[in-house]
Ligand binder design. Structure first.
Ligand code: TYM
Length: 339
């Protein structure tokens, strides 16, 4: 039951871990490109980051880094609302309310929960509840579209299921959101293991990822070491043994915006994988250089970052707070005068 003039877009990113080219191509680049077409809300999800243990000082620092990085990547506060999740209290409150209508079994079958919980000795309750907090993020804004990489699709579908269940029990209330996955770049694989996705938690491992703030030499080094195969053919392919080459071509294609045929044409005269790696490195370095320069400028102006986040939080709260109040009322809570 969306009633907005322009489709509403909501997406989020955790401030922690090494932000890599997968996050950029799977999500951020698309957010930046479509700012004019939609009404956009982008959220730095610090509450989600707390679902695994964090060092408090490092977490705070990473929120500032992420703010500068998103602005440097091209998010424009005049055309989108950029804010930090914990600055808008409605998110944590909505999570509780939605917890009370979400069957436990829905959360236990989330693949990301199963993967992450297997890696931690103590599994925190927040890790299981993570998708409900995410559903609250999305549903508070009557979101139509959620641009994410492939790995978040299941969580967006869960948000849609929670909205549907709520509407069924309490009458039409939530807009049903849908995931918008980029055609290319939705699943960038690890350079050291092209059978597993590039991951923030492994971004510090030498040769795994290209991080957005890596200097050109480090980018070239990581790409030179990228796992390929013993052949010479530079073509898009689903064959398991070509996963490495396919991943490099996907990075090249997502950055240049060229068609698959044009990309293959670009490499028709390449002399083997060494050439491929060098040319991928060239386009990645060229794409990231201006971002890195702007990042340094934003980091030098902390007051501007603070102002930007304060403005973003006020704009987000203006949408989320009334929705939360209506949600509480719909669930039978007594809403106090003025709130
Ligand atoms: P996060 O911080 O893990 O990732 C941010 C975005 O990057 C995408 N991504 C990738 N895309 C392509 N290839 C990869 N290897 C790759 N790795 C990550 C993710 O799909 C994501 O779009 N739970 C979310 C944050 C969140 C959120 C939300 C998103 C919280 N609330 C509401 C949308 C709507 C997360 O942890 O993303």
């Amino acid at each position: 039951m969306s009633t907005h003039a322009r489709p509403r877009v909501f997406s989020g990113i955790q401030p922690t871990g090494g932000i890599h080219i997968g996050n950029y191509l799977g999500a951020i680049k698309g957010w930046v490109a479509r700012q004019d077409e939609k009404e956009n809300y982008f959220c730095i999800v610090d509450l989600h980051a707390l679902t695994v243990p964090q060092d408090p000082a490092a977490l705070r620092e990473q929120v500032w880094m992420m703010t500068a990085l998103l602005l440097a990547a091209g998010l424009d506060p005049a055309r989108c609302t950029l804010f930090v999740q914990s600055h808008v209290r409605a998110h944590a409150e909505a999570c509780w309310l939605l917890n009370c209508i979400t069957p436990l079994g829905w959360l236990q079958r989330m693949t990301q929960y199963k993967d992450k919980s297997a890696r931690h000795e103590t599994v925190l309750t927040g890790l299981l509840d993570y998708p409900v907090l995410m559903a609250g993020d999305i549903l508070l804004y009557d979101t139509d579209e959620v641009p994410v990489g492939e790995d978040q699709k299941q969580h967006v579908e869960l948000a849609r299921d929670i909205a549907g269940r709520f509407n069924h029990h309490h009458g039409d209330f939530f807009t049903l959101p849908r995931a918008v996955i980029p055609e290319i770049g939705a699943r960038i694989m690890g350079l050291d293991d092209p059978t597993a996705k590039m991951s923030k938690s492994l971004a510090h491992v030498e040769g795994h990822a290209i991080r957005l703030l890596d200097p050109p030499k480090a980018i070239e080094r990581a790409l030179k070491r990228a796992v390929t195969d013993s052949g010479r053919e530079i073509r898009f392919s689903d064959a398991p043994e070509k996963a490495g080459v396919n991943n490099l071509l996907a990075i090249y294609k997502a950055i240049t915006g060229r068609s698959a045929a044009e990309v293959e044409d670009d490499f028709a005269t390449a002399r083997g994988y060494g050439d491929l790696k060098q040319r991928v490195a060239d386009v990645v370095v060229a794409e990231l250089a201006p971002l890195q320069a702007r990042y340094a400028q934003y980091r030098a102006d902390p007051a501007e970052l603070e102002r930007c986040l304060a403005r973003g939080a006020a704009q987000a709260a203006a949408v989320a707070e009334p929705k939360l109040a209506a949600l509480k009322a719909r669930m039978g809570l007594v809403v106090p005068v003025g709130g």
